[in-house]
Design a protein around this ligand. Structure first.
Ligand code: ARG
Length: 460
């Protein structure tokens, strides 16, 4: 363990166990690029403002470039006994360039430095997350385009409700992921604010130029309150919340996939490359990917809870509790990214059993609402039509028939308004395509929905 930078005030060196306990390098080393680039911008600004000698600024920047290149190339290893990535980089810099390295931390604290690193790192993650979400949405759209005519039972309470199409059903998930994309875009506004210059909590006496640092690092704005800037982890909570909602969406979809590939439903079959077998039951084909996605949703929601609970009781400004933010958000990020890409592959490669879906839709009297609507169109009040249709459903259940196989005499026993055209009205495709309201399951409405989704995906 190297001597601590803050050793001057202490008479004893740090207990080795405490050093381990305190250290964050195991997990914050993943922000090394952001940390070094932040330091380069800071040193450049210090040189330009005459706070340090321009030659020293140049030496610092060159030294940092070398460290960055060596870390990128795997030529420099992180010291596991370092307190954190910030201390590690500064120590290596000073070893390499000598005294000029000791000037890097002028007008800066690790509190504003870590706030910068984390904002910068998370901001850089957003494009990849958006790419993964857009890709999943496109995969869903492609499956939907192939199934605009595939009738299936639409359910409420997991009971047959009204006929819809497979396209319309899965596009509900595309809408959720589009909203997730929108939330990430919105969050970017709050990530895109540069905290360096806030110091430990009370700014600095040096004549720094915060705007210069912000623009060098491509941040759109600088933070407004030094205390808030070093205490704020709202952006971490917000991202974890976006990721939790993404995972909730994936988890709901997973639950349906798991049901749909059971032998009871048999609506879909997963590709062999996206399913697993059993060590003992030779016939098994298990939806492990979907189950693991559902499981990972729990852990990402757990990460969000960790962050909220970590923040709720700590006083302003920085407290060491905040170091716990990184493992939680990195875990949420890693697992959401993994889930997004694996889940998309599973959806893309699954086979939809259109015949099974159609047969399922023919059970459960999905066209009962349409039967009632038929009578309403003949002038009856909906409540009366509803009751009469209920009687017809009862007759059909007793006879073990779907509604459309009752005789015209059976229909007319309930109401003389029924004529031969009731059979066309009860045809499932007609029932679906009759629901052509904006946002409905009719093929025309779904075509429109897909066009809007594609347009919105480009701008979100
Ligand atoms: N490793 C710390 C963290 O991740 C960096 C900031 C430390 N600041 C301090 N004053 N101890 O939060």
């Amino acid at each position: 363990m190297a001597e601590k930078m803050w050793a001057g005030r202490f008479q004893k060196s740090l207990d080795a166990g405490v050093n381990d306990f305190n250290s964050s390098i195991k997990f914050d080393s993943r922000m090394y690029q952001e940390d070094i680039k932040g330091s380069m911008a800071h040193a450049t600004m210090l040189g330009a403002e005459g706070i340090i000698e321009p030659s020293e600024a140049d030496a610092i920047v060159a030294g940092l470039e070398g460290i960055l290149a060596d870390l990128d190339a795997g030529k420099l290893a992180f010291d596991p006994t370092s307190e954190d990535i910030h201390m590690f980089v500064e120590t290596v810099l000073t070893e390499r360039i000598g005294d000029a390295g000791k000037r890097l931390h002028t007008a800066r604290s690790r509190n504003d430095q870590v706030a910068l690193d984390l904002r910068y790192y998370l901001k850089n993650q957003v494009p990849e997350l958006k790419e993964l979400l857009s890709n999943l949405t496109e995969v869903i759209i492609t499956q939907a385009e192939a199934h605009k005519k595939t009738i299936m039972p639409g359910m409420t309470h997991l009971q047959h409700g009204q006929p819809v199409t497979f396209a319309h059903h899965i596009l509900a998930y595309a809408q959720m992921f589009l909203r997730d994309l929108g939330r990430l875009s919105d969050l970017t506004k709050r990530l895109d604010v540069m905290p360096l210059g806030s110091g430990a909590l009370a700014g600095t006496t040096y004549p720094i130029d915060r705007e210069k640092v912000a623009s060098a690092l491509h941040f759109s704005a600088v933070t407004e309150n030094s205390i808030d800037a070093v205490s704020d982890r709202d952006f971490v909570v917000e991202l974890a919340s976006c990721l939790s909602l993404v995972m909730v969406h994936i988890s709901r979809f997973s639950e349906e996939i798991i049901l749909w590939c059971s032998s009871e439903f048999n609506y879909i079959e997963l590709d062999d490359a996206f399913a697993t077998g059993s060590s003992i039951m030779p016939q098994k084909k298990n939806p492990d990917v979907a189950e693991l996605c559902r499981g990972k949703a729990a852990r990402v929601i757990g990460d969000l809870n960790t962050l909220l609970i970590m923040l709720k009781g700590i006083p302003l400004a920085y407290d060491k509790d905040m170091q716990e933010d990184k493992e939680a958000i990195f875990d949420a990020l890693d697992n959401t990214k993994l889930a997004l890409s694996t889940f998309a592959g599973m959806i893309e490669s699954m086979t939809v059993h259109t015949d099974v879906l159609k047969a399922a839709a023919q059970k459960g009297y999905l066209n009962a609402t349409d039967c009632a609507d038929y009578l309403v169109k003949k002038g009856l009040p909906f409540r009366s039509a509803y009751k009469m249709t209920g009687e017809l459903v009862h007759t059909a259940i007793e006879k073990g028939l779907p509604l459309e196989e009752l005789s015209l005499a059976d229909f007319q026993k309930v109401s003389p308004e029924f004529t031969e055209d009731i059979y066309a009205a009860l045809d499932l495709t007609a029932c679906v395509n009759g629901r052509a309201t904006y946002g409905g399951p009719a093929e025309s409405a779904v075509t429109n929905q897909i066009a809007n989704l594609k347009k919105n995906l480009k701008t979100v």
